[in-house]
Design a protein around this ligand. Structure first.
Ligand code: KG4
Ligand code: ZN
Length: 398
């Protein structure tokens, strides 16, 4: 079947055609029109500007998605659209476009939770069309590079359940346990800011521009390349550390030892603000990269520690990452290393970097699984969803 995905929950207008084929989910087209440059001058997403841009872009983005996929509207079987959560003016553009097309083309329509979409980005199997194990000198494709044990034979078998998912985006930080497809139990979450939000706010303090995540991670990488002696603040207390390392910026790891799986990132951003205030203005440029590296490591230490703690309690067979911050190379690497070291039997699956940020392919992928698990009567009713589907800024996952 072919699914049209539509995503407009924040500042990316995206449409994608995804095909379920030979037990794989393949992207036929994947178009993302980003508004980052427009919002950058305001230091964050301005909802009514986002809506105006979505309105301007939605038709060209849809047309391009069909052209690139060499697909006609009559070829599609389902429309999946982000229903929420997100910015309501932005969500309304996508949901109204989807409802109109569902009515015009007489195609079933399903509303998808944005985070469900991020989770299902892990199930897009674009780059894993080769199912047989690769030869020794041949790198494995896509998600499974770091996991020679995993043999993908179908979308059913890609990730053994239970799955523990670390959701890290601009609006969410959650640990989600899935016993089966479409079944979510939130076992931990942030009590204040999301981790992506903390990256963005820290970048604003350091005047690195918007969005902050990529800017901070690039600066942190530069710093670590120039300072191989860099170790994170949490290790600095060791008396044997050389003086220049002890002089490093040291930030807290909020809630790292709390007796639950929750997070808190707003204090970390405030700690950055206090550090910056302490530094003389002529020294700030020199220390920015050190702050970026320490901030990133502080955030990752907490995320990784809590994920491992949850894994040891819930014994998932697979750990996955989801959301914009899952593009962070250090997070991908360090969590992988920890899993290998401490729970080596556990599969570790990552979304392709191009599907980490907001995109419609992930919405189409989630739509496919919703459809597959839907009773016949509900499938029939979804032809009428154009009448009733409502964007919901506070849609819940569970
Ligand atoms: O999932 P997403 O695209 O949008 C939401 O659903 O919120 O996530 C956006 C967030 C932003 O806060 C952005 O700064 C962060 O993801 N981000 C990163 C990286 N790339 C994007 N954070 C850390 N490292 C990155 N490489
Ligand atoms: Zn998102």
């Amino acid at each position: 079947m072919i699914i049209l995905g539509i995503e407009t929950s924040c500042d990316e207008t995206s449409a994608s055609l995804v095909k379920s084929q030979a037990n794989n989910l393949k992207t036929l087209s994947h178009i993302v029109s980003s508004q980052v440059k427009i919002h950058a001058q305001w230091g964050g997403v301005v909802p009514h500007l986002a809506a105006r841009e979505h309105l301007r872009n939605i038709v060209p983005v849809l047309k391009t998605a069909f052209q690139k996929a060499k697909t006609k509207p009559s070829d599609i079987d389902l429309i999946a659209v982000t229903q929420g959560p997100g910015l309501i003016p932005a969500l309304l553009i996508g949901t109204n476009a989807a409802k109109t097309l569902s009515y015009l083309w007489q195609k079933p329509l399903i509303g998808i939770h944005h985070i469900e979409g991020h989770i299902y980005a892990n199930f897009i199997s674009d780059k894993i069309s080769v199912i047989s194990p690769p030869k020794a000198d041949q790198p494995q494709a896509g998600n499974f590079q770091k996991n020679p044990k995993l043999r993908v034979t179908s979308y059913e078998l890609q990730a053994p359940f239970p799955i523990l998912c670390l959701v890290v985006s601009g609006g969410h930080t959650q640990l989600v346990l899935m016993k089966k497809h479409l079944d979510y139990k939130i076992v931990g979450q942030t009590l204040d800011d999301a981790v992506g939000e903390a990256f963005d706010k820290t970048a604003r303090i350091l005047k690195l521009g918007y969005p902050g995540g990529p800017a901070i991670s690039q600066l942190a990488k530069k710093y670590k390349n120039c300072h191989p002696e860099f170790i994170s603040g949490s290790q600095i207390k060791n008396k044997k550390t050389p003086k220049q390392v002890r002089d490093n910026i040291s930030l807290p790891r909020p809630m790292i030892n709390s007796n639950d799986f929750n997070f808190s990132f707003s204090g970390l951003k405030t700690a950055v603000l206090y550090e910056v205030k302490k530094i003389k203005s002529n020294k700030i440029e020199k220390l920015k990269a050190n702050i970026a590296a320490e901030f990133q490591q502080a955030a990752l230490d907490v995320l990784i520690h809590k994920t491992m703690k949850a894994a040891k309690k819930y014994h998932p067979k697979t750990i996955i990452l989801a959301g914009g911050v899952s593009a962070n190379k250090e997070l991908r690497k360090q969590l992988g290393e920890k899993i290998k070291e401490e729970i080596p039997g556990t599969e570790y699956i990552l979304p392709e970097t191009e599907y980490c940020g907001d995109n419609a392919a992930m919405i189409a992928a989630a739509g496919f699984y919703r459809w597959k698990n839907m009773p016949a009567i509900e499938r029939k009713n979804s032809l009428q969803n154009w009448k009733i589907l409502q964007a919901d800024a506070n849609l819940k996952l569970e």
